[in-house]
Design a protein around this ligand. Structure first.
Ligand SMILES: NC(=O)c1ccc[n+]([C@@H]2O[C@H](COP(=O)([O-])OP(=O)(O)OC[C@H]3O[C@@H](n4cnc5c(N)ncnc54)[C@H](OP(=O)(O)O)[C@@H]3O)[C@@H](O)[C@H]2O)c1
Length: 284
């Protein structure tokens, strides 16, 4: 199935009335919860987070101004929408814990890596809407991308709700669940690959005599600008590369070095390996 890019949209009127639980409000859950507050997606008095440690719950509750506790069952009981943000291995126990609070009218959105919608549906033991998402760390700055896939009992309306959730932290695409490991290998692991490229470009700048801070800024803004060109022009990256490459100029010499060093093949293999690892994790 083709990926469908979704642009940010207005907050639908019914969302502030929705009761939401973020079970496992850690790094990614916390990013989402704070984005909901910033964008007024949900009403703060209807938002509830949970974590494992009581003292952390108290601190986060004060910091965010929303109810944060360690009581998953209570949070799930009072929620129409349940987000799952614990570590993948903790998901089965969490679903078992909140099972008495689940009904087919509720919606579960899990962003735990590798955990299949079917395993959550089976653990819930009912025909409940389960949407799986794979976001990435630039979500912290609203520049993330999340791939979403639907379980067996998800209406279009519930899918739109899940898209709207992840639009608070960046872009969304919809894929078939069979592609979620590939998404993990490309866009969830991808920031680490790009940081290495960026760090290497900065190091190269230092090698050719630039101060490190200036080299890092040039490398980062160049990476950002090139990505923005691809996103906003819609042109194929090869066409944009050709536009930079003057005959007998400097860029073509650099490109020859990149090809000799096998940059393309190395990146392709990196994504393939990360995808393979995601499959292994999913298999347990
Ligand atoms: N970070 C990413 O870039 C990223 C990207 C995509 C997907 N994910 C997925 O997001 C999930 C969380 O990752 P993370 O990086 O955000 O990890 P994290 O910061 O460790 O967050 C996990 C949270 O779960 C809480 N928790 C643990 N056991 C719990 C329980 N029984 N009930 C309620 N809360 C509990 C922890 O509480 P305490 O703080 O009190 O220990 C912590 O706040 C993972 O499944 C991961 O695969 C993460």
């Amino acid at each position: 199935m083709a990926e469908i890019p979704v642009e940010a949209s207005e907050v639908p009127a019914q969302l502030p009335k929705m009761r939401v639980a973020v079970l496992g409000a850690g790094k990614m859950g916390g990013i989402l919860l704070q984005a909901f507050l910033k964008e007024n997606l949900f009403s703060p008095d209807k938002l509830h987070g949970t974590v494992n440690h009581a003292e952390k719950a108290i601190a986060l509750s004060t910091q965010w101004g929303v109810d944060v506790s360690t009581d998953n069952l209570k949070a799930a009981s009072h929620a129409d929408l349940i987000l799952i943000g614990v570590k993948p291995f903790q998901v089965p126990d969490l679903i078992a814990e909140i099972k008495p609070a689940l009904t087919p009218a509720k919606t579960i959105v899990s962003f735990a890596a590798s955990v299949k919608t079917r395993s959550i549906e089976e653990a819930a033991g009912m025909e409940i809407a389960v949407i799986r998402a794979m976001p990435n760390t630039p979500s912290a700055l609203g520049a993330g991308v999340a791939a979403l896939c639907r379980g067996s009992y998800v209406s279009d309306k519930k899918m739109e709700l899940a898209q709207r959730i992840f639009e608070t932290v960046g872009r969304t695409v919809i894929v078939d669940e069979k592609h979620m490991d590939a998404v993990t290998g490309l866009s969830a692991s991808g920031p680490a690959f790009i940081y290495i490229i960026l760090e290497s470009l900065a190091e190269a700048g230092v090698k050719v005599g630039l101060p490190r801070d200036i080299a890092t800024l040039l490398a980062a803004q160049t990476t950002f600008g090139a990505a923005k060109m691809v996103l906003e022009t819609g042109y194929h990256p090869a066409l944009l590369k050709d536009a930079v490459t003057t005959p007998a100029g400097c860029t073509i010499d650099g490109i020859l070095e990149l090809e000799e060093g096998g940059l393309r093949v190395t990146l392709i293999k990196a994504v393939m390996r990360a995808t393979q690892r995601a499959k292994e994790l999913a298999a347990g």
